[in-house]
Design a protein around this ligand. Structure first.
Ligand code: NDP
Length: 246
């Protein structure tokens, strides 16, 4: 496990956008960031799930979050511009993005992979994070030190049969992270890194490994030390890295 003990006020006064914040790892990351003082922007495609996370954060007495219902599969450039304008008016800056939303797609040989599903997976896992990052960069530049965290996977470094668009999208995620990191290195207050969560007890993992006993897996709560480290100022000199949460 990645070892890091975060101070309670690690993210005080920081504004952090979490995609896929309604469920799984994103839900716990959003709650964890809020518990460490951040104002969290909860982005996801299912409003009820986002509202539930919003209520949990409010009930815990953490900074009031913001809700952004947005389907990253169908979102267009104007949606990202609108979001940027809203965040600028509300907060004037952005200190971090956790690109966490992801689609698994199907586990099928390339030979029979459905091109429509391929496009959906690439849209949610790669194209949307690219557009979101690009549009939000001026707001990230206004932070004292901003962190862009992408979510990779073991199959984004060494692929395996039948992982199709998911594996390819995670290789692309690593490439996007590295390209951005090299561009901003030494000339920007922004840093860009990847997290590989490792096998974690969520719906996506259960969909990928239906025969597995979820009780044997780490929970999203267990892997939060790396999520905190990369979002807070202790990782200010880390750029262009792909780190394992487990
Ligand atoms: P889950 O499927 O549990 O959660 C994914 C979240 O992303 C959900 O909240 C989902 O929304 C949201 N999402 C999916 N599609 C869209 C979309 N089109 N627009 C907006 N939001 C969307 O997955 P995990 O928590 O397991 O995964 C989180 C990240 O970690 C992913 O990037 C995944 O690839 C990566 N990962 C996970 C591993 C694991 O073992 N769990 C291992 C390696 C990597 P909704 O709730 O509405 O469906």
């Amino acid at each position: 496990m990645f070892e890091y003990q975060a101070p309670e006020n690690l993210l005080k006064d920081r504004v952090i956008l979490v995609t896929g914040a309604g469920d799984g790892i994103g839900r716990i990351a959003a709650k964890t960031y809020a518990a460490h003082g951040a104002t969290v922007i909860l982005l996801g495609r299912t409003l009820e799930k986002l509202e539930h996370v919003y209520d949990e954060i409010e009930a815990a007495g953490h900074p009031q979050p913001a809700l952004v219902p947005l389907n990253l599969e169908s979102a267009q450039e104007h949606d990202f511009i609108e979001l940027t304008n809203t965040l600028e008016q509300e907060f004037g800056k952005l200190d971090g993005i956790l690109h966490n939303a992801g689609l698994l797609g199907v586990r099928t040989p390339i030979e029979s992979y459905d091109p429509v599903i391929w496009q959906q997976v690439m849209q949610v896992n790669v194209n949307a994070p690219f557009m979101l990052t690009q549009t939000l960069m001026p707001l990230l530049e206004r932070s004292e030190n901003a962190s862009v965290v992408f979510t990779s996977s073991g199959v984004g470094r060494k692929s395996k049969a039948y992982w199709g668009a998911y594996a390819v999208s995670k290789f692309a995620t690593e490439g996007l992270m590295q390209t951005l990191a090299d561009e901003i290195s030494n000339v920007s207050n922004i840093r860009s890194n990847c997290i590989n969560p490792g096998a974690t007890r969520t719906q996506m993992r259960a969909d990928a490994y239906p025969a597995e006993n979820p009780g044997t897996l780490k929970t999203p709560e267990d892997i939060m030390p790396l999520y905190l480290y990369l979002m807070g100022p202790d990782s200010i000199d880390i750029n262009g890295q792909s780190l394992d949460a487990q």
